[in-house]
Design a binder for this molecule. Structure first.
Ligand code: TZP
Ligand code: MG
Length: 204
């Protein structure tokens, strides 16, 4: 895959924004390069409602040439013909994903060097590495590895990498300087009261 896709990777659920389609459009228009629909947390959609929402998001992604990834839901990803899927350490193993994903992007979360070493990476396209900093967005995110931990993982893989966890306008450059190809954020953008300004700052 083209690692530039990872430059500014937004993750959100349908409930992450007050006006999700409007706010996502603002984020995409401002320069987000990749979007992951991660339907977790409170007020989550399911069934037809989730499918409809995912299709609307996919259309927005297409309009702004944003790569569209679905978190850990192969059926949904396939139904909406997403560009790929993102899986965690405890999700379906990459090699057991359906045939649909054979030419799609497969992202894998890696918490530290130890997890990298025990992961089967044959079909993995990129790694999400973290949490780099502490985060309130994922209860079971594990211990923050800091930029030193990030560097360790980045140096041990040839795969494209995105740093994740507690990344803000203040620290994102440290992640890029540690060798990550891009940054993944939830709250920096979902909690922003000026999405355009935040996205622009994270792309500087
Ligand atoms: N995986 C590791 S940390 C994290 C995920 C999904 C949450 C990142 O959210 P935030 O708000 O950018 O810290
Ligand atoms: Mg998962």
């Amino acid at each position: 895959m083209n690692k530039n896709i990872l430059r500014l990777y937004l993750i959100a659920a349908s409930s992450s924004f007050e006006n999700p389609l409007k706010d996502l459009e603002t984020a995409f228009k401002s320069g987000v390069t990749c979007f992951q629909l991660r339907e977790k947390g409170d007020n989550i959609k399911s069934g037809q409602e989730l499918l409809d929402f995912a299709l609307e998001v996919k259309a927005l992604c297409k309009k702004y040439a944003v790569t569209f990834i679905v978190n850990d839901n192969a059926e949904l990803a396939e139904s909406v013909e997403a560009d790929g899927i993102h899986i965690g350490q405890d999700d379906v193993k990459p090699e057991l994903l359906p045939e649909y994903f054979s030419d799609k992007i497969i992202g894998l979360s890696v918490g530290n060097l130890n997890e990298l070493k025990k992961s089967s990476l044959d079909r993995v396209s990129y790694l999400g590495i973290g949490p780099v900093y502490s985060t309130l967005s994922k209860a079971d995110a594990g211990e923050a590895i800091g930029t030193e931990g990030l560097k360790e993982v980045v140096q041990q893989t040839a795969l494209p990498t995105a740093a994740i966890g507690g990344i803000t306008e203040k620290n994102y450059k440290d992640c890029l300087e540690s060798g990550a190809d891009g940054i993944c954020v939830i709250s920096a953008i979902t909690g922003s009261d000026n999405i355009e300004q935040t996205v622009t700052a994270l792309l500087q």
